[in-house]
Design a binder for this molecule. Structure first.
Ligand code: FES
Ligand code: FES
Length: 187
């Protein structure tokens, strides 16, 4: 990829998480996310461990890793989202974005994916991961139903709040109706 395009595909934010607040576990399927603590303190959370964050510390969540943040003292972090395209089907060399593209274009079942991409037509070891992609509520940002339910459980009671925490709905917006339904049925 050309350097200019690479630069444009990297997204940088600064987040302030007030003392005592936890950003619940969520995952990004197509991005690694790097957090750099610039003020305050807290923890980077993974599903099985916590990483202490004080000024100058770095916390990395790789694509697919469930991760969150907890603030002990007005945690401020720079968050850098770096696109990665992980291989899902090794036999047919099909990446996450190949399968995601097929889903966005209408593939709804494993057979559809097999037909369009050939993924899953070899040893079948990748089928479980393809199933996980198929059940994503937000196809653009790769956000699962479980991640959205976790955000709702932790207090996100509007589509905007769910988007802030999980990024669901921040692409084409088509999933917002389903996010609203999940909020309505799980309040
Ligand atoms: S890894 Fe996909 S068919 Fe073997
Ligand atoms: S499907 Fe969620 S923003 Fe496009």
């Amino acid at each position: 990829m050309d350097t200019k395009l690479m630069k444009e595909s990297i997204d940088t934010n600064v987040y302030h998480i007030p003392t005592g607040v936890t950003v619940p576990l969520h995952g990004h399927q197509a991005h690694d996310e790097v957090f750099y603590c610039i003020e305050g303190s807290g923890y980077g959370l993974l599903s099985d461990t916590e990483v202490k964050l004080t000024v100058g510390d770095v916390f990395v969540a790789h694509a697919g890793d469930l991760h969150g943040l907890r603030s002990d003292d007005n945690l401020h972090v720079v968050a850098v989202m770096i696109p990665v395209d992980r291989i899902i089907c090794r036999c047919k060399k099909m990446s996450y974005s190949d399968i995601q593209k097929a889903v966005v274009n209408g593939a709804r079942t494993i057979d559809d994916i097999k037909e369009v991409t050939n993924a899953g037509t070899g040893c079948t070891r990748c089928i479980k991961e393809i199933e996980e992609i198929l059940i994503m509520v937000c196809k653009c940002k790769g956000v699962s139903k479980d991640t959205i339910l976790e955000a709702i459980k932790n207090g996100a009671n509007t589509v905007e709040k769910v988007s802030d925490v999980t990024e669901a709905g921040t692409g084409c917006g088509k999933c917002k109706v389903e996010v609203q339904t999940l909020i309505d049925t799980n309040k």
